[in-house]
Design a protein around this ligand. Sequence first.
Ligand SMILES: O=C(O)CCC(=O)C(=O)O
Ligand SMILES: [Fe+2]
Length: 310
Amino acid sequence: MAKKNSSKLLLSKLSAAEFWALAVFFALPLALTALTALFSGGVPKLLPTRLQTYLSKATSQASADLSVAPKTQYSSCEAHQYTSEIVSLDPLVIYINNFTSIQEAEELIKLGEDDFEDSFISRSTGLHKVSGRTSQSAPLEPTYPLVSCILTRARTFMGAMLQPDESFSIPQLVRYAPKQRYDLHTDFWPQHQVVNDGSGRRFNRVASFFVFLRDNCTEGETYFPAVDVLDRDAERGGGIEKGFGGKVARGEKDGATKGVKFKPIAGNAIFWVNMDNEGRGDRRLVHAGLPVGEGEKIGMNLWPRKFYSE
Ligand SMILES: O=C(O)CCC(=O)C(=O)O
Ligand SMILES: [Fe+2]
C-alpha cells in the first residue's frame, strides 16, 4: 500500500515532459522487440492460431522466395575430414581420402551444371579446342561459399607451398560420358603465363588437385604412365599397391604394364606437384583421363598458381 502511494506521489511530481521521456524510455525496448519479430517472420507465431491463418500465405511465399537462391544456399564450411597417403615421393603425388564429403561433391556439381560446355585447353595464345579432350567443362565461381571453402581447404593442404598473394585459377568441373577422355598432357605450361592484372608478373600451375566428384562409371581412371612407384613395388611383391585397397592400380601403355592409375571414387582427390623450386615443369607428371566405359564421371580441377621471376 505504502509502495502504491509513493509511486502515485512520484508521478504527480513529474512534469509532462519528464513523464513522456520516461514513457519513451520504457516503451522503446518493447517496440524494438516487436520490430525484430516482424522482420524475422516471428509475428505469426506471436498471434493466436486463428489469426495466424490470415498471415500464412504471405509468410510461406516469403520462405519460398528464399529457397530460390540455390547457387548461394550452401553456406556451411565444414572442417575437413580428409586423410592423406603418399603415393610417390619423387615426383610428389599424394592421394587424399574424403577431400570433399559426398554432399559437398554433389553440391559442387549443382553449382556448375548449367554451365557445361565442350572442354578446351588453355595456352598463351588463348583457349583451344583439341581432339584429345572430348569431355565437357564448367567454371565454378570462386566466391560461392562452398567453392571458397574448398579452395581454402586446398590452400591449407599446401601449407608453405603458396604465398598469401598466390591464388588459384578458376576451379573447373569436368564431365565425361562413355568413351570421352583427356589424352596425355601436363597441367603446367611450357612457358609461364603473364597474369592479366597489368603487373607483368608470370605464373604457372605449381601443383594440381584432381577431385573425383561423381564416380557413377566404369573405367575413366586418371593415369600417370611415368610415375613408376608401383612398377618398382611390383618387383618387391606389390605390397604397396595392395595397401591402397583398389584405389590405386598399375596402368598399361603400349601393351606394357606401366605407371599408376587412380580409380574414380567420389570425394577422393589426387594432388601432385608440377614445378620444381626453379620453376621448371616436371614431365613425369604427364597424365590422362582414360576413356569412361559406361556411366558418367565428374571431377574438379583446382590449380594453385605460383609466380616465377622468369
Ligand atoms: O579426368 C581425369 O581423370 C583427369 C583430368 C585432367 O587431367 C585435367 O582436366 O587436366
Ligand atoms: Fe590434367
